[in-house]
Ligand binder design. Structure first.
Ligand code: GDP
Ligand code: ZN
Length: 340
C-alpha cells in the first residue's frame, strides 16, 4: 500500500497530541516520585475539597487539609470525591478515588462533558420575586437533580418582597411544585426569616445552591457562612500561588447551630450554572416525576409526546394528571438539547 503523506494539519494535530502527552507525563511524575521515595504516611480516607490543575486539596476525617498530587490514571478527581490518599510534607498523593453517588457536569471548552462536583445529595433551587423566575429553569434543575438521584428543595428567597405583585405571582408559580412533592422553604437573606428551617434542611447533607443570577444565592451563603468564606480564601491563597482560586468548586463546612451539627456546601460559579447537556429525551422525561407512571405507555416507542395518536402523556394532560405547562417545559428542554 502506498505510504500516505500527512497533511500539514494532520502533522500539526499529531505534534499537539505529543505535546499533551508529554505534559501529562510531567504532571504525573511528582506523584510517582513521592510514592517511590517512601516518605509518605499510611493510606487513609479523605474528601477532595478543591481541585487545582494537577493537584487537589484533601481533607482527612480529623479536618486536616493537605495539598496532594494525583496518581496517574486516576480519572477525573473533583470536589466532593471520596479518595484514598497518603500524607506527605509538603505534598501528599491521592492513590484512588471511590465510586461516586452522584455528579454534576459541565461542558469543557471543547464541549466534552466533565464532572465538576461529586457526591452531592441535595440541590437547593433558589427563586425570588425579583428577578422574575421562569418555571422552565426550575424544571431544568429538577430534571438534573432527578437524573442524579439528588433530592431537590425549592427555596423562595426575598420573602420580604412577597406582598408585591411579583411576590404573588412567584408564589403561584411555586405552588404546583409543592403538590408534586418538592419541599418549599420561604426565606429572606435580608431579614433572616426562614434561615432556621434552611439550616435544618442542610444538616447532614452535601448541598449546592443553584438558580438565576440575582436571586440571592451569595447572600444566603454568606448568611450561612459568616466567617468561613474568608478563612478558606486565606488558606487557598497561601498555598496555591493563585491558580484557579476563584473558579474551582470548593467544599465548605457549615456549622449549623454551634453544637457540632454540620452540613457541607459545595460552591463555585460553575456549579451554579451546571446543566443538562448530556441527557437524552427519555432521561429528561424521567426527570419530570409526574410523567413516570405514564412513560412507556404511548403507542409509539419513540413518541415525542407532541401530537402522536395514543400518547400517554397527552392523555394524562387531558385527565389533569400532568399540567400543560410542565409538558411544554419538557418539550422546550428536549428542543434545546437537540440544538446543541
Ligand atoms: P446571586 O446572584 O444569586 O448570588 O444573588 P446575590 O446574593 O448577589 O443578591 C442579588 C441582590 O438581591 C442583591 O442586591 C441582594 O442584596 C439582594 N437580596 C438578596 N437576598 C435578599 C432578600 O432576602 N431580600 C431582598 N429584598 N433582597 C435580597
Ligand atoms: Zn407520548
Amino acid at each position: 500500500m502506498a505510504k500516505r503523506k500527512l497533511t500539514k494539519n494532520q502533522q500539526r494535530r499529531i505534534r499537539q497530541i505529543h505535546a499533551r502527552h508529554e505534559k501529562r507525563a510531567d504532571q504525573d511524575q511528582p506523584a510517582e516520585e513521592l510514592l517511590s521515595g517512601g516518605d509518605l504516611g499510611p493510606e487513609q480516607s479523605g474528601v477532595v475539597i478543591a481541585r487545582y490543575g494537577s493537584q487537589a486539596d484533601v481533607e482527612a476525617p480529623d479536618g486536616q487539609i493537605q495539598r496532594c498530587f494525583l496518581r496517574a490514571n486516576l480519572g477525573a478527581v473533583v470536589t466532593g470525591d471520596e479518595v484514598v490518599w497518603r500524607n506527605g510534607d509538603p505534598n501528599g498523593v491521592i492513590i484512588a478515588s471511590t465510586e461516586r453517588r452522584s455528579a454534576l457536569y459541565r461542558p469543557d471548552n471543547r464541549g466534552k462533558m466533565r464532572p465538576v462536583a461529586a457526591n452531592i445529595d441535595r440541590i437547593f433551587i433558589v427563586v425570588a420575586p425579583l428577578p422574575e423566575p421562569f418555571a422552565n429553569l426550575i424544571d431544568r434543575y429538577l430534571v438534573a437533580a432527578e437524573n442524579q438521584h439528588i433530592e431537590a428543595v425549592l427555596v423562595l428567597n426575598k420573602s420580604d418582597l412577597l406582598n408585591t405583585d411579583q411576590g404573588q405571582s412567584t408564589e403561584q408559580l411555586i405552588a404546583p411544585y409543592r403538590e408534586l412533592g418538592y419541599p418549599v422553604l420561604t426565606v429572606s437573606a435580608h431579614n433572616e426569616s426562614g434561615l432556621r428551617e434552611l439550616r435544618s434542611e442542610l444538616k447532614d447533607h452535601t448541598s449546592v445552591f443553584v438558580g438565576q443570577s440575582g436571586v440571592g444565592k451569595s447572600s444566603l451563603i454568606n448568611a450561612l457562612l459568616p466567617d468561613v468564606d474568608t478563612a478558606v480564601g486565606a488558606l487557598s491563597e497561601a498555598t496555591i500561588k493563585g491558580t484557579h482560586t476563584t473558579t474551582t468548586a470548593r467544599l465548605f463546612h457549615l456549622e449549623l447551630d454551634g453544637r457540632g451539627n454540620e452540613g457541607r456546601l459545595i460552591d463555585s460559579p460553575g456549579i451554579r450554572e451546571f446543566g443538562l447537556w448530556h441527557l437524552t429525551a427519555q432521561e429528561v422525561a424521567e426527570g419530570f416525576v409526574e410523567f413516570r407512571n405514564h412513560l412507556g405507555h404511548c403507542r409509539f416507542r419513540d413518541c415525542t409526546h407532541e401530537a402522536e395518536p395514543d400518547c400517554a402523556l397527552l392523555a394524562a394532560v387531558d385527565e389533569n394528571k400532568i399540567s400543560p405547562a410542565r409538558l411544554q417545559s419538557y418539550r422546550n428542554i428536549v428542543q434545546s438539547l437537540d440544538m446543541q
